[in-house]
Design a protein around this ligand. Structure first.
Ligand SMILES: Cc1cc2nc3c(=O)[nH]c(=O)nc-3n(C[C@H](O)[C@H](O)[C@H](O)COP(=O)(O)OP(=O)(O)OC[C@H]3O[C@@H](n4cnc5c(N)ncnc54)[C@H](O)[C@@H]3O)c2cc1C
Ligand SMILES: NC(=O)c1ccc[n+]([C@@H]2O[C@H](COP(=O)([O-])OP(=O)(O)OC[C@H]3O[C@@H](n4cnc5c(N)ncnc54)[C@H](OP(=O)(O)O)[C@@H]3O)[C@@H](O)[C@H]2O)c1
Length: 454
């Protein structure tokens, strides 16, 4: 008997898991991969920055997984809305959620919801052509922008704001974003880190790239990149070459002559936003920061402690880039504090009984939280695949009624997208791109995508 597995979410985790399950030769199984959007690849399509095209090459490996025997793709089908979890559980031996982290973490400070204060998650989805964010607008008439957080997403946002129209025009950035950013009046971008350079979450190649922008001068405040004694001691003790290089890059920025570029990108450290201030129209006008010092917590971690030194910087727009967050899935337990589905090695755990839920699994960002690069999801998927295969050996081989997804979705008025359909859509995007010397010109509505199949 062949087991039937449903995977929900066609980001890297969904593909890594499908691949792992289909490649093992011991247990006969098939995989149906459901995705709420017509296009697969999750954040590789709708998160990775458009000026980082090389990263998207990983989709070739996902395409190879999709060609394996036993694999089917059901795009444009949302689980929990178009098909319910209970329906999947009736027809599939196991269901694994690889739904990622679909929303943003909040700062919890006054003024967070003023006009022109946005989560970075929305800006990223907008410039990448995510169909649900196409109609969003951002105050690109702003002269000065603050980006809160110093993770790689904050760096992406700052870099995209600083890119020249010519640089952006070579990428697959959504056309609406290309138009808006071409007319952007942004002159100053501030990246705001609450701890020091050693603790910054961004990685060395990403921060080095900020020093190579054609249209922006990068700046730091010299005293903020000079390491305090605790950070210096940690860096020495840990002998962490990557962090050492990162600090060197930042210190080199301090000594750089400015070129009078059109834009300035200033990276600040040891400052926390305490309030976003608005004008009479309820629009962002300034950000209030408190200067921090680093202290060692009981757990040994260096954390930010506010001093009584405050400053107020006039800004016209704020991006809050302090991390993503998973959203609850109807019918599944949810850890609201951590923003993920509680689990042990991928087996979903019922929070009330603290026992594992039969037949339901998680992998990727919804399993461990929104951290790690694309490749981090591969060993994570391998761990979930291992427990799924182990559990299959305990399932009675009676077989379940097969779910006729094609008929069911049709009855429900949904145009499900097969992988072959997706490949046709992608070919049209690439053909448009080829004409314009761009990798692709993305469709940014579901309707446009479906029309190419009509
Ligand atoms: C802005 C940004 C840029 C990044 N850039 C890089 C980079 O340059 N290099 C790098 O290595 N890593 C990068 N990362 C990290 C990388 O993208 C993640 O590690 C990875 O995408 C997480 O994979 P995932 O499959 O768990 O989640 P996701 O990629 O988010 O995939 C989840 C999928 O599930 C689908 N889904 C959600 N709910 C449902 C539902 N109910 N029914 C059906 N489908 C559903 C979603 O539409 C989505 O396609 C970046 C992350 C972000 C946020
Ligand atoms: N090019 C790439 O490879 C790439 C690109 C984008 C994303 N990614 C990956 O995707 C993952 C998610 O990235 P991310 O940038 O969203 O998250 P992240 O790496 O977790 O960074 C979040 C940032 O927000 C800060 N922060 C959190 N709460 C804050 C608060 N209340 N006030 C001020 N600052 C606060 C954090 O500071 P503290 O450290 O002090 O908490 C940190 O600087 C990461 O693993 C990242 O590497 C990779």
């Amino acid at each position: 008997m062949t087991f039937r597995i449903a995977i929900v979410g066609a980001g890297p985790s969904g593909f890594f898991l499908a691949d792992k399950l289909l490649k093992q030769g011991d247990v006969p199984l098939t995989v149906d991969l459901f995705e709420r959007l017509p296009a697969p690849y999750g954040l590789v399509r709708y998160g990775v920055a458009p000026d980082h095209e090389k990263i998207r090459a990983v989709t070739k490996a996902f395409d190879r997984s999709a060609r394996q025997k036993g694999f089917r793709y059901w795009g444009n089908v949302e689980i929990g809305r178009d098909i319910l979890l209970d329906e999947l559980l009736t027809h599939y031996d196991q269901v694994c959620f690889t739904t990622g982290a679909q929303t943003d973490r909040r700062l919890g400070i006054p003024g967070e919801d003023l006009l022109h204060s946005y989560p970075a998650t929305e800006f990223v989805a907008w410039y990448n052509g995510h169909p649900e964010f196409r109609e969003h607008t951002f105050n690109l008439d702003a002269s000065c922008v603050a980006v809160i957080g110093v993770g790689n997403v904050a760096v992406d946002v700052a870099r995209i704001l600083c890119r020249t129209p010519e640089e952006l025009a070579r990428t697959d950035i959504a056309d609406h974003a290309l138009r808006a950013l071409t007319n952007s009046k942004v002159r100053e971008v501030l990246l705001l880190g609450r701890r020091g350079p050693t603790q910054a979450a961004f990685t060395t190649p990403e921060v080095r790239e900020l020093g190579e922008l054609a249209g922006a001068d990068v700046r730091v405040v010299e005293e903020e990149v000079h390491l305090d004694s605790l950070s210096a001691a940690d860096l020495e003790a840990e002998d962490d070459a990557a962090t050492k290089r990162k600090v060197e890059v930042l210190q080199e920025f301090a000594g750089r002559p400015q070129r009078d570029a059109k834009r300035t990108l200033t990276i600040r450290f040891l400052v926390s936003p305490t309030e976003i201030l608005g004008d009479a129209a309820g629009q962002v006008r300034a950000i209030r920061l408190v200067k921090n010092r680093l202290v060692r917590s009981a757990a040994g971690r260096l954390s930010a402690e506010p001093t009584d030194e405050v400053e107020e910087i006039p800004v016209d727009m704020v991006f809050r880039s302090v991390g993503y967050r998973g959203v609850p899935i109807v019918g599944l337990p949810f850890d609201d504090r951590r923003g993920l589905v509680p689990n042990i090695q991928g087996r979903v755990v019922d929070s009330a009984t603290e026992t594992t839920v039969t037949g339901i699994y998680v992998s990727g960002w919804i399993k461990r939280g929104p951290s790690g690069v694309i490749g981090t999801n591969k060993p994570d998927a391998a761990e979930t695949a291992a427990v799924m295969l182990e559990d299959l050996s305990t399932i009675p081989r009676a077989g379940r009624p097969r779910l006729d997804v094609a008929t069911l979705t049709k009855e429900r008025g949904i145009r499900a997208i097969s992988f072959a359909d997706w490949e046709r859509i992608r070919t049209v995007e690439e053909e448009h791109g080829h004409e314009m010397h761009r990798p692709r010109v993305k469709f940014t509505t579901v309707q446009e995508m479906l029309q190419t199949l009509a």
